[in-house]
Ligand binder design. Structure first.
Ligand code: ZN
Length: 249
């Protein structure tokens, strides 16, 4: 039983917290639409947990426990101010439905298989949080862009990668169904931040054991599209799955 008490000034207008809220589409980001109109103040109304990027594609974004950080191309994490904006953000209010201790040693591919076996279906969305000391983490970030913007596949050619060993921190991300192709990232999309909130990035590789995995089953999806001429002019009819996989992995 959920009882929602909302007095004036309530900061959570969403009574149902199992909603994945998303701004723009991943293919718009691939096409180089790196500026959005949604501020982090607005984004926080829809979730305390999530990932994406910030305007000008200035690094990888991660949200955890209501605080949002950008991991810039120097690998350092910076707290994001409420007035900053995002061209692509995915958030939810994280309330775990499942919690397990991962007792075997897995890499990224094995982690995906392990999680797939844990989930009741591949047809809904999941928010995923993994906490603990990680044997190995490899992340990347992207450099801030200036106009005219190049496509994301071009930008990631200049990505910088970072390696961590026996690092304490949190992996934050989502598993989306295959049918979101073009809209979000089908399968797993994970970001990492260290416990001291000083470093992190978009997760490329990992090795972990004895970490806590929490999963939030999410059956509702809410998308807000940009009102910019950049977005309106895009040709979003093209199939870009191979390009997305190159950019993500
Ligand atoms: Zn990412």
């Amino acid at each position: 039983l959920a009882i929602a008490i909302c007095v004036s000034g309530c900061s959570h207008p969403q009574e149902n917290k199992d909603i994945l809220f998303q701004t723009a589409t991943v293919n718009a980001l691939l096409e180089g639409v790196y500026d959005g109109e949604i501020t982090f103040q607005e984004l926080k109304q829809h979730g305390d947990f999530g990932l994406g990027t910030v305007n000008c594609l200035d690094g990888e974004m991660i949200g955890l426990e209501g605080k949002f950080y950008q991991i810039k191309a120097d690998g350092m994490a910076y707290l994001i101010g409420d007035s900053m904006k995002t061209p692509f953000g995915c958030v939810t209010f994280f309330e775990p439905d499942k919690s397990v201790l991962l007792d075997k040693n897995v890499d990224y591919n094995q982690l995906e298989q392990y999680l797939d076996n844990l989930l009741p279906t591949k047809n809904i969305f999941y928010a995923i949080k993994i906490e603990g000391v990680f044997r190995y983490i490899k992340t990347r970030s992207v450099p801030r862009q200036s106009k005219p913007y190049r496509p994301l596949a071009e930008v990631v050619k200049n990505q910088t990668t970072f390696e961590f060993h026996n690092v304490e921190g949190t992996i934050v991300g989502f598993r989306c169904p295959a049918y979101v192709e073009g809209i979000n990232v089908p399968g797993y999309h994970l970001h990492f931040i260290t416990k001291d909130k000083k470093a992190g990035g978009h997760l490329l590789q990992c090795q972990m054991q004895n970490v806590k995995i929490e999963v939030d089953c999410t059956s509702e999806f809410y998308m807000v599209l940009p009102k910019s001429s950049e977005f309106y002019k895009l040709d979003l009819t093209k199939e870009k799955q191979a390009e997305l996989e190159k950019v993500e992995k």
